[in-house]
Write a protein that binds this ligand. Structure first.
Ligand code: CUA
Length: 189
């Protein structure tokens, strides 16, 4: 006797309308996300990870490029400036990193124990550092002076005390200090 029950034709129309509404909402969400990716990519020059490079956590302090004497900033034979660092609970090694201004600098970082990360001041240098993997990116610093480099992944009770400093030197000053085969840092000796 009920007249409120819609016919099968009407209920199909209601379902189609509801589905269409949802598809508009979903399409709008996807459009916003794509827009965010494009804006951050172009405006902030964000650098999504593009490759996977592994390293053995058990031996990285014994051999290979992440042994202690190889950490810090190096001018490679091909004149590339490369910074190698290790993150561990609760510090970065080296604690003070020195880089030249207005020069492409490649960072290579890994972690020994937990997931860490770092961001350098108000630059676009920003990465997670995951045990077993080498995080790498290349960036340039345009402002000289000192920047803070805090760990930005919660890594345990000492997380908020985990940070390093980055000293950006004028290119000439940096190059005058750099010696072939040597590792530079600004850790006080
Ligand atoms: Cu290391 Cu948080």
């Amino acid at each position: 006797m009920s007249t409120a029950t819609p016919s099968s034709h009407e209920s199909e129309a209601i379902a189609v309308a509801a589905e269409r509404r949802w598809s508009f909402v979903v399409a709008a969400i996807i459009a916003v996300l794509v827009l965010v990716m494009i804006v951050t990519g172009l405006h902030w020059s964000s650098m999504p990870p593009s490759r996977v490079e592994t390293v053995d956590v058990k031996t990285l302090h014994l051999r290979g490029e992440f042994v202690e004497r190889n950490l810090g900033t190096a001018v490679e034979a091909d004149n590339r400036v490369v910074v190698r660092l290790v993150a561990q609970q609760y510090s970065f090694e080296p604690q003070c990193i020195v880089v030249p201004a207005d020069t492409p600098v490649t960072f290579r970082a890994t972690a020994t124990d937990a997931i860490h990360g770092f961001i350098i001041g108000r630059t676009n240098a920003n990465t997670m550092v995951v045990p077993g993997f080498v995080a790498t990116f290349t960036t340039s610093f345009h402002r000289t002076g000192e920047q803070l480099m805090p760990c930005h992944e919660y890594c345990g009770t000492g997380h908020e005390a985990m940070w390093a400093r980055v000293q950006v030197l004028p290119r000439d000053e940096f190059m005058a200090k750099a010696r072939p085969g040597e590792r530079l840092s600004c850790v006080a000796r």
